[in-house]
Design a protein around this ligand. Structure first.
Ligand SMILES: Nc1ncnc2c1ncn2[C@@H]1O[C@H](COP(=O)(O)OP(=O)(O)OP(=O)(O)O)[C@@H](O)[C@H]1O
Ligand SMILES: [Mg+2]
Length: 253
């Protein structure tokens, strides 16, 4: 059984079919690249998986659990962390607070349980601070911990979002990244690629959308290419790049 199974997923917007009968899987421990030209349906696919959008047809199964109708907070609790194509950080909070917020248990049921079981709030806060600081060190933003997130460069904000996704509560198994390297300078791109590898070695699975083909080839074990909402090819990056349908989708007939 694959970690994530997307089966016959379809999403329409009025006359547009953004995702059209898409079937693919993400295997435990892999870095899977989801590629395709602008408007191919990559972001809509992400949003249908993590519950920002409801698909019109098809199913999404995560670790054998049908999560198709789950809203975003439930997909996060099921074990999926993600970033968004447009960078999302809380600018007024510090870098550390952004990560503490990400690591927070947002399930009210569990909060009540921790109060009943006598876990002191300060203890919970100390735990969050520790988690946040550990992550900041790993992603090399610890020197900026007390700065407001709004003061970070674009690339640093992208890395902060990446770190926040990894700290989704409870610990996520699958991390979905929607163009994490777009608009980021080459030094930061390499750094982010290195972090993806580090966390894969620690057991995380990645679903990655990127337009930078060289980077996808470097990082991904497999790729799936979408065209007009439908997967047209899947396989190792080297094969994908020579696939006729893929070349046609990108460069026209
Ligand atoms: N909320 C929406 N309402 C109407 N149409 C939408 C909406 N969101 C996406 N679309 C359309 O669905 C199609 C797929 O969009 P999507 O954002 O998934 O593409 P993408 O592959 O992520 O592209 P890019 O590489 O440019 O980010 C596009 O035609 C887009 O215009
Ligand atoms: Mg997109």
């Amino acid at each position: 059984m694959a970690l994530l199974e997307v089966d016959s997923l379809t999403k329409h917007f009025a006359a547009i079919t953004a995702v059209d009968d898409a079937t693919f899987e993400v295997r435990d421990g892999e870095i899977l690249g989801l590629a395709g030209p602008n408007g191919a349906g990559k972001t809509v696919t992400f949003n249908c998986i993590t519950g920002q959008l409801q698909p019109d047809a098809g199913t999404v199964t995560f670790r054998g659990e049908d999560i198709t109708t789950y809203p975003p907070d439930a997909t996060a609790r099921a074990g999926i962390g993600r970033t968004f194509q447009e960078v999302r950080v809380y600018g007024d909070l510090t870098v550390r607070e952004n990560l503490q917020f990400a690591a927070q248990d947002k399930g009210i049921g569990r909060m009540v349980a921790s109060i009943v079981s006598g876990t002191a709030a300060t203890e919970v806060e100390a735990g969050l601070a520790e988690q946040a600081d550990g992550m900041l060190e790993t992603v090399e933003l610890d020197h900026l911990a007390d700065e407001p997130a709004s003061s970070l460069s674009y690339g640093q904000k992208k890395i902060l979002s990446f770190a926040a996704a990894l700290l989704t509560h409870p610990e996520p198994d699958l991390i979905m990244l929607d163009e994490p390297m777009a608009g980021v300078n080459p030094t930061m791109i390499n750094r982010l690629a290195e972090f993806v590898r580090t966390f894969r070695e620690r057991g995380k699975t990645f679903l990655l959308v990127e337009h930078n083909m060289r980077l996808m080839t470097d990082l991904c074990d497999r790729m799936v290419v979408l065209d007009a909402g439908t997967p047209i090819a899947s396989g190792p990056p080297e094969e994908i790049q020579e696939n006729e349908r893929v070349v046609e989708a990108y460069f026209g007939p």
